[in-house]
Design a protein around this ligand. Structure first.
Ligand SMILES: [Zn+2]
Length: 247
């Protein structure tokens, strides 16, 4: 086949995002999207991020110079779409939000100034951390094609959830016996999550005495790097077609 005859295909990140849609759709989720330029309020204030939090710093976030209102940024996470969604959709709901996010930082093999996130948000009466565990374990078993996979929670801090948890998966590459990928621990840190903070609910007008929420955020690039042994996140934006054509 000549170069001209070769047909294109989906980028691995796009293809992964589509596959997550179908897994989450089976669990009752719909898909929402939001703009990549976002207000400081939606990205930080409405999500209970304090005014002096280091993530707001010019060194961490891309601020847009806008002659009318310069409190506009390139969103640093997809969590701001939670705010937009909850303001216009009364609960109960289950939604995932895929999209591109931006961080002002030096690039290296594991850091990029732009990457993707998939945010998940469930607001229902009676939803708990146990529901979060069931949903994410089911999802991650399918992603890593490992029915034996288990997850564990560790305490974690994210301003928009309380309690917050860091979630590890058992290492599918060594059956949790210890290898280079899990740094001999048998566990791999995979995503952050928690129960929606009451301050976030009050910023969007949802009564936290009536409704409970779970939220989680994961990075397609991080999961693909683990799953396929990709050693440099910059390859996802590389013009080297030998990388893309492997998928
Ligand atoms: Zn391992």
């Amino acid at each position: 086949m000549t170069e001209e005859e070769r047909s294109g295909s989906l980028h691995p990140v796009t293809s992964f995002v589509y596959s997550t849609h179908s897994i989450f759709r089976d669990m009752g989720f719909t898909v929402a999207e939001g703009p990549q330029m976002e207000t400081e309020y939606n990205n930080f204030d409405a999500l209970n991020v304090p005014p002096d939090h280091p993530s707001r710093d010019q060194q961490d976030t891309f601020w847009i110079k806008d002659p009318v209102d310069d409190r506009v940024i390139l969103r640093s996470h997809t969590s701001c779409v939670q705010v937009r969604f909850m303001k216009s959709n009364p609960p109960p709901f289950r939604v995932i939000v895929p999209g591109r996010v931006y961080r002002q930082e030096a690039t290296d093999a594991t850091h990029e100034t732009q990457f993707h996130q998939i945010e998940g948000l469930v607001v229902e009466k009676g939803i708990t951390l146990a529901s979060l565990k069931a949903i994410l374990e089911d999802f991650l078993k399918k992603v890593f094609e490992d029915e034996e996979l288990v997850i564990r929670f560790r305490p974690g801090y994210f301003p928009f959830v309380e309690p917050g948890v860091e979630i590890d998966i058992s290492c599918s590459f060594c059956r949790a016996e210890g290898c280079g990928i899990c740094k001999d621990t048998g566990w791999i840190e995979i995503l952050g999550a928690g129960m929606v903070h009451p301050n976030v609910f009050s910023s969007v007008g949802i009564d936290s005495s009536e409704w409970k929420g779970i939220a989680f955020g994961l990075s397609p690039e991080r999961i693909l790097m683990l799953k396929y042994g990709i050693e440099d996140i910059r390859l996802f934006h590389s013009a080297d077609l030998r990388f893309i054509r492997q998928f």
